[in-house]
Design a protein around this ligand. Sequence first.
Ligand SMILES: *Cc1c(COP(=O)(O)O)cnc(C)c1O
Length: 358
Amino acid sequence: MIDNTVSLDSNFRTIEPYTAGEQPDYPDMIKLNTNENPYPPSPKVLEAGSVFDSKSLRLYPSVDASKLRRAIASYYGFEPGRVFVGVGSDDVLAIIFQTCFNSGRPVLFPQITYSFYEVWADLYRIKYKAIPLKADFTIDPKDYTGVENGGIVIANPNAPTSVAMPAEDICSIIEANPGSIVVIDEAYVDFGGESVMPYLDKYRNLIVVRTYSKSRSLAGLRIGFAIASERIISEMENVKNSINSYPMNRPSIEMGTASLEDEAYFRDKVDRIIKTRTVLTEGLEKLGFKVLPSSTNFVFATHPKVKAAYIFEELKKYHIYVRHFRKDLIDDYLRITVGTDQQISVLLEKLESIINIE
Ligand SMILES: *Cc1c(COP(=O)(O)O)cnc(C)c1O
């Protein structure tokens, strides 16, 4: 006999999900809340989109996004067998959590970091330990050595702090943990900070993760990738092929490949954002904000007199969106994406009036 009094509740995996930044849709809005790039993708990407043969959508795409995988491999100087391509780096990281953190020992990551790490650990029932940052929001490499663990995940530069860690410090963590997989999420590294990609041949336990969403202006296309040893990549492929054989769609493969063929455009837009970041930082400092040293396309700032939550709400009235996290230690900070010079000048003007009225 089956028990008809059993409630449906027992069937669900209930989970506290990651909350992405708002996606409002006002024609006049200034959207500085999800670290998107304010510039359009390269004209080569647009061209690849316009010549794309839509009739080919009848067919499944390549299982391993082969064309894009080879293009990424050659761009960075690795064999294709060392590259894993996914639907944004969120997909790549989720596959890494499922593939690489199965020892039963806790995975380590900073207490203040990309909050998705905690969500995946919960979702996949992986034990973890969140390690506090130092008072200045830097990561102390010593906190990751001599600690029993089943893997380490560090965003470098870190988010939402924008602060980078020297490659040398990351190497000391990798060397101290030869039995663990060390994942370095380099979502923002094109805007500053040192990549550990040059150490991939030296360390077989290292995975470097990158995304097209920020520096390549392609958040809407959903492309991310990982580079690691062939062993790690083939284990990831096995997990991915146990979930979805064809996650990368045909247009993404074509347009993503084209993005790598326009180095001049890529450099120009990254340089421009770095210059605007200086304008934004100096403007905020002039208004009394304390701004952490940023190596990313956003800044993390706090005002000694005016509450971040208040500024956040006031900016929304002007349809200016920044990010505010209601979270211990950082609830008096705002994360502001570097937009165009024009957007940043409007933002600074409105901030000045908000701060002076308060
Ligand atoms: C934006 C971001 C990602 C995810 O980017 P995708 O759009 O999924 O490629 C991953 N890690 C960090 C730290 C990020 O800020």
